[in-house]
Design a protein around this ligand. Structure first.
Ligand SMILES: [Zn+2]
Ligand SMILES: [Zn+2]
Ligand SMILES: [Zn+2]
Length: 126
């Protein structure tokens, strides 16, 4: 049976309905400021943060830590899971540049970032 996981807190639910009905203690807007949100990625052997590229063995451990490269500022929020499949090469969804890992991708600025030229990092397409 497939499990339903929250992308904010990593908690597992037996149904999508029960996931979406509960308040999330790790909601980005603040403690229980919103509902759990369904993690749509595959159940991979590792989970990667799209902001910093750090790898975790479980979604729960990923969502526990603060992200040093959060878009809002240093440790202003939690890691955010990459929800695409694991690949040997990752493509930036803004500029199309290819990288061998998410970690190397997010370490450099994107010339086609939606906020403006190099106003943000590359971000992996799914
Ligand atoms: Zn949650
Ligand atoms: Zn992170
Ligand atoms: Zn880019």
């Amino acid at each position: 049976m497939s499990k339903f996981k929250c992308r904010y807190c990593g908690q597992e639910f037996s149904s999508e309905r029960s996931l979406l009905s509960g308040s999330c203690s790790k909601h980005p807007a603040g403690w229980c400021k919103g509902k759990h949100s369904l993690y749509e990625g595959a159940d991979e052997e590792k989970f990667i943060c799209v902001n910093c590229g750090e790898e975790f063995s479980s979604l729960r451990s990923l969502t526990t830590g603060s992200c040093s490269k959060h878009p809002d500022g240093w440790c202003k929020g939690r890691h955010v899971p990459y929800e695409g499949s694991l690949k040997s090469e990752y493509t930036c969804k803004y500029c199309g540049s290819k990288f061998r890992s998410i970690r190397s991708m997010v370490s450099s600025s994107c010339s086609k970032h939606p906020d403006g030229w190099c106003k943000g990092k590359h971000s992996p397409a799914r």
